[in-house]
Design a binder for this molecule. Structure first.
Ligand SMILES: NC(=O)c1ccc[n+]([C@@H]2O[C@H](COP(=O)([O-])OP(=O)(O)OC[C@H]3O[C@@H](n4cnc5c(N)ncnc54)[C@H](OP(=O)(O)O)[C@@H]3O)[C@@H](O)[C@H]2O)c1
Length: 276
């Protein structure tokens, strides 16, 4: 498993982590993820999976990097602190490695929410602060509220088949030294159906997959982590797919492979990672 630096922290995280939205609770996958080098586990208070993560990592907490999220209806100062306590309890830990604002709030001023995030860091309950689903404009406001260099990560939807928002946001994150966590890179499991709608993409995936000895899922995951500041966090409830997804790391699509894949996805993508 190859790693990348988290923001400007000096901490190395795996370029393929493990998401837990809709996770069924079997600890085997979370433990297998660690064995495969995917020691970053992503959860959220709203997923109701923090307790499964806590059970799976019990006795081995320090081997994992734990990321979780606070929901926008808890963005008032006191509510953030309370939500963090709930997540710490559910995860069975004293500290959250990365605490993220799950979505932007249009009700609560970002200054108030960030004051609470700052307090959690000061109190040693959170190590690093991230956000999720933030545009470049919202990131600017969040950075102003918290201070330069303090937001180390933005978690966003990013896949070969859906990258319009990411195309705008990733360059800003790169410029500001933030890592992007790509979610739904496998289209929430619907990638085969979506590929089937694009015969040229199906053919290109299979041709390049045969050249490299990689599956379609591995190509799709590798495509997103070609971006220097991006990692991906696929979710699977099957142990064998943990191995498959982790096999998306340790190699890179070449420019000659990346380009036709991007073209075949057929949505006018123009950005090329090797130029970024
Ligand atoms: N911040 C946000 O707003 C946000 C939103 C969505 C997701 N997320 C995070 O990102 C994580 C990943 O995104 P996601 O869960 O939406 O979608 P995803 O990772 O794109 O897809 C998960 C689905 O893909 C299937 N799958 C996984 N590996 C596969 C493989 N190798 N081959 C075929 N199918 C495979 C899984 O089914 P099986 O279980 O049957 O393998 C599961 O149904 C989430 O778990 C969550 O942590 C964050």
């Amino acid at each position: 498993m190859d790693t990348k630096q988290l923001g400007n922290t000096g901490i190395q995280i795996p370029e393929v982590g493990y998401g837990t939205w809709k996770h069924h609770g079997d600890p085997a996958t979370i433990r297998r993820a660690l064995e495969m080098g995917a020691f970053l586990i992503d959860s959220a208070e709203s997923y109701d999976t923090e307790r499964y993560v806590g059970q799976a990592i019990a006795g081995n907490r320090e081997a994992y990097f734990l990321a979780t999220k606070v929901s926008p209806h808890h963005f008032r100062y006191a509510d953030v602190l309370k939500a963090a306590e709930g997540s710490l309890r559910a995860l069975g830990t004293d500290v959250i490695d990365l605490y993220q604002l799950h979505w932007p709030s249009y009700d609560v001023p970002i200054d108030e929410t960030m004051r609470a995030m700052d307090k959690l860091v000061t109190d040693g309950k959170v190590r690093h602060i991230g956000v999720s689903n933030f545009s470049a404009e919202l990131l600017r406001e969040a950075e102003r509220a918290l201070g330069d260099g303090r937001i180390v990560e933005n978690q966003i939807k990013f896949s070969l088949l859906d990258h319009e928002f990411a195309d705008e946001v990733i360059p800003y994150c790169a410029e500001r030294g933030m890592t992007v966590f790509a979610y739904s890179s496998l289209e929430q499991g619907a990638f085969e159906d979506r590929v089937a709608e694009r015969p040229q993409l199906a053919e290109t995936l299979d041709r390049i997959g045969a050249e490299l000895g990689k599956t379609r899922a591995q190509l799709l995951l590798n495509w997103v982590i070609c971006e220097p500041n991006v990692i991906t966090i696929p979710m699977t409830s099957r142990v064998e797919r943990v191995d498959e997804n982790c096999g998306a790391s340790g190699w890179r699509l070449s420019a000659e492979q990346w380009d036709p894949l991007t073209e075949a996805a057929g949505d006018g993508a123009t950005r090329r990672w090797w130029l970024s």
